[in-house]
Design a protein around this ligand. Structure first.
Ligand code: AVJ
Length: 320
């Protein structure tokens, strides 16, 4: 007897096949971000209920002087940003540093050369004196590379509470990887969304307009187009829960009826019972104790913190 095992041509294929063949079913939120997903996330950031972006913007805009003072090094510094996106928040800082003739270079890291080209163009146009040196690659490739030849002080930026998509053990791995690329003088400046009134958190991930629902369901559209599948996306419900004890917000897609989905490219049939779930995302919320614990587990320690007027969100500075 021969057992036919499918060989996958990408980790996306493999992850989808595994996630939808498991119980309970899951799909990774890292696959939300195709062109349409990027656009939907932009729309989410513009929603009044998605307070995270506004809070971090407020922190940077109102405390740029203190933040910049903490960043400064004897020989200037390299400001290295992981996943810069459109750089709206970072530009506030870049402008302040540039206006005050502070010696620094800006090194945004992104997988997408496209994103980097757009960012470089807009920074050069809006803040022409900034020395911008885009670095194409994965975060850790670039950080490892920088750690080898780079001698001046590094300040690593990781904004947006993007770490919240990781479970604590994964977050510790992530931080430990960054820590490895840091020297004693280097800093890590990171955003962490905080625990708060639970309904405020639920509202951020459950807007009435259905933008977050569309963002969550976009992963099914992606599977339909990229893996030749036939998800009836309207038969799935976006569902958000928040556990105030653990601080974990979780997103699900719930099958509203019994149905079977064909994923042709994976030669896979996926049966759903009525009300069966696909877990798609976690958005972890933090407090100082959890953040200190994560940092310490990763060989880092907290040296400073900044918060907004509502105390909804914090940016911390860590050292080795
Ligand atoms: C980009 C991971 C910070 O979890 O808050 C927004 C993504 N998901 N709405 C978050 C997201 C649903 C976002 N992060």
């Amino acid at each position: 007897m021969t057992i036919k095992t499918k060989t996958y041509t990408s980790t996306f294929e493999e992850d989808v096949a595994k996630g939808l063949s498991s119980f309970p079913k899951s799909l990774s939120s890292k696959y939300f971000y195709d062109k349409k997903g990027d656009k939907l996330f932009q729309d989410i950031m513009a929603m009044p209920t998605y307070y995270l972006t506004d809070c971090e913007y407020e922190i940077i805009a109102l405390q740029k002087e203190e933040i910049s003072a903490a960043f400064q090094g004897e020989d200037g510094f390299d400001l290295i940003e992981l996943g810069a996106g459109d750089g709206k928040k970072t530009k506030v800082l870049l402008k302040y540093l540039s206006d005050n003739k502070i010696d620094f270079s800006y090194l945004p890291i992104d997988i997408s050369q496209n994103v980097l080209d757009g960012l470089k163009e807009s920074v050069q146009k809006e803040i022409p004196n900034v020395d911008i040196q885009p670095q194409q690659g994965t975060y850790f490739e670039v950080l490892e590379n920088l750690a080898q030849y780079n001698t001046r002080k590094k300040v690593i930026l990781f904004l947006g509470s993007n770490i919240g998509n990781l479970l604590h053990p994964q977050a510790i791995d992530f931080l430990a990887n960054i820590q490895e690329g840091m020297n004693d003088n280097d800093l890590l400046f990171m955003g962490f969304d905080q625990k708060k009134y639970p309904q405020t958190i639920l509202d951020a991930y459950n807007d009435k307009e259905g933008i977050t629902a569309a963002f969550n369901k976009n992963i099914l559209h992606r599977i339909n187009t990229e893996l030749d599948a036939n998800f009836d996306v309207d038969q799935f419900l976006h569902w958000e829960v928040y556990d105030p004890e653990t601080g974990t917000a979780k997103s699900y897609l719930v099958s509203q009826k019994e149905q079977t989905v064909q994923i042709n490219k994976l030669q896979l049939e996926v049966p759903f019972k009525a009300w069966e779930t696909i877990h798609t995302e976690i958005s972890q919320k933090y407090d100082d104790d959890i953040v200190s614990w994560l940092a310490n587990e990763s060989g880092l320690h907290m040296v400073n913190q900044f918060t907004d007027s509502n105390h909804y969100y914090k940016n911390y500075i860590f050292k080795k």
